[in-house]
Design a protein around this ligand. Structure first.
Ligand SMILES: Cc1cc2nc3c(=O)[nH]c(=O)nc-3n(C[C@H](O)[C@H](O)[C@H](O)COP(=O)(O)O)c2cc1C
Length: 155
């Protein structure tokens, strides 16, 4: 499968998870492209994307964002608003957050990503959350997430 891993990351956490997802999918013989969204606006409250990635060639997408103020990050929200159509694509969503509880932003964020994907014609699989402050289990959280995503693209 041709898979695009589209991620928005400010301090590198979400990007590091996305890289592991990419490596694993590539080792399963998928063709994988990691695409980092870039905000070119100096005003954080009114982001502007450097470009909208071209997703025409991708049959599958992994969408990764961090939680920002208990919500989907503004930049990722903008991407989901501006992307043309997600019809006929197999989609997985994941998020990273700082706090150790899903109700502290992750749950709302995944729900928002799901709703926005549905508006673009796709039904995504919400694979999960990595809670950065749970240091002792972080590695395990990441490997569980990576395995779930790999499995999803294998079936
Ligand atoms: C402006 C801002 C708001 C944030 N709001 C939340 C939040 O509501 N809940 C939470 O758990 N983490 C929150 N965080 C923490 C990030 O979601 C977390 O550190 C994430 O892993 C950062 O991802 P990144 O390194 O890919 O940018 C916030 C971070 C920033 C910068």
């Amino acid at each position: 499968m041709n898979i695009g891993v589209i991620v928005y990351s400010e301090t590198g956490n979400t990007l590091s998870v996305a890289s592991k997802i990419k490596e694993g999918l590539a080792s399963l013989n998928h063709q994988v492209e990691l695409i980092e969204l870039k905000n070119v606006s100096p005003n954080k409250t009114q982001p502007k994307l450097e470009l909208i990635p071209n997703i025409d060639t991708h049959d599958g997408l992994v969408l990764g964002s961090f939680v920002e103020g208990f919500q989907l990050s503004r930049v990722f929200k903008l991407f989901l608003e501006e992307v043309s159509s997600l019809e006929n694509k197999k989609i997985v969503c994941f998020v990273t957050q700082f706090f150790p509880f899903r109700w502290m932003g992750a749950k709302q964020t995944l729900k928002k990503m799901k709703n926005m994907c549905e508006l673009k014609g796709a039904t995504p699989y919400c694979a999960g959350v990595v809670q950065w402050s749970r240091k002792s289990s972080r590695k395990k959280q990441i490997s569980t997430l990576v395995d779930l995503i790999h499995h999803y693209f294998e079936v």
